[in-house]
Design a binder for this molecule. Sequence first.
Ligand code: F0G
Length: 359
Amino acid sequence: FSCRKSTMWKYKEFMPVDPSGIISLDEGGTPFCKCDKLGEQLGIELYVKVEGSNPTGSFKDRGMSVGITKAMELGVDTVGCASTGNTSASLAAYAARAGLKCVVLLPAGKVALGKLAQAMFHGAQVLSVRGNFDQALEAITSLALQGHLYLLNSINPYRLEGQKSIGFEIVDDLGWKSPDRIILPVGNAGNISAIWKGITEFHRAGFIDDLPRMTGIQAEGAAPIAHAIWDGQKDIVPVENPETVATAIRIGAPVSSKKAIRAIYESDGLAETVSDEEILSAQKLLARTEGIGVEPASAASIAGLIKLVNTGKIDKGEQVVCVVTGHVLKDPNIAIDACEEPIEIDPDINSLLKVIKGN
Ligand code: F0G
């Protein structure tokens, strides 16, 4: 693969679509940053896979590229999704590129500003639903089942086929080997299932010898999968009113929960929960220690890593890859609220000196 352009289509033989009709914005091929400072603090070897560097600022673009390519193959004219924000931003962009009509359902008042702006600006019909994500997904699924649109939530298997390329890239980035562990935030549970699928496909193809432990992190107020794992169950008990500052993963009834739980058991992995406070503090830590700006949901993977190291569930010296799923600019309000206001000054050297020297 090494002489090919660094996008997810580098691995096109593993994608179940006709390669002559690919709808792409050059998604994938995202940065794989070694984080020595944070790694040293935690006593591990840490890499961060920066999915915020995708065309619309989240990992969803990988799934959408395959999903929209398939939609074109099938000849549909309208696509749709329910979303906590990123899926809608991505779908709106890829639908625009393909010339398809796009409808997105968003939980009213619970979508971060950057994501809402993207969905609207790319020309989707944006509907604000009086209800949460789970209810919006149920509504649009019924519409899709009646044949009114092609559903591009991660219940659509082609979405996962695209997102499995994160797994491909991680082992490629590491020189064709598996890390000890992959940690990522879990919301609707598509991504952890997809990455595990990618990793096991490369393992079966003989590209890698080992497998990583899949480690899913959920917000305390929206953690049905973590609870199922802790209780040794194969499926979840839905959370009625999920709540977390990380609106991207504010989900009580993940559609891919069974696949995600299987991935965690099969890989001898872990599930953990983190509080909103831990999420926000990890978000700032990553931004200020390593220069990587991510949205709150993405910081759940770092918060989970810290908690698992501190409780001794991750061994010292482990090689860990944290997938950070979305860009800090997705949720500008959270970033601004976490900081002091800029100081307003007059444009002269004395005022400047007074402020930066503190006298
Ligand atoms: N991180 C971010 C930034 C997300 O937007 C999502 C999901 C996740 C993590 C969780 O991934 O659902 O595959 O377990 N966002 C969806 C959306 C639900 O509508 O944008 P998952």
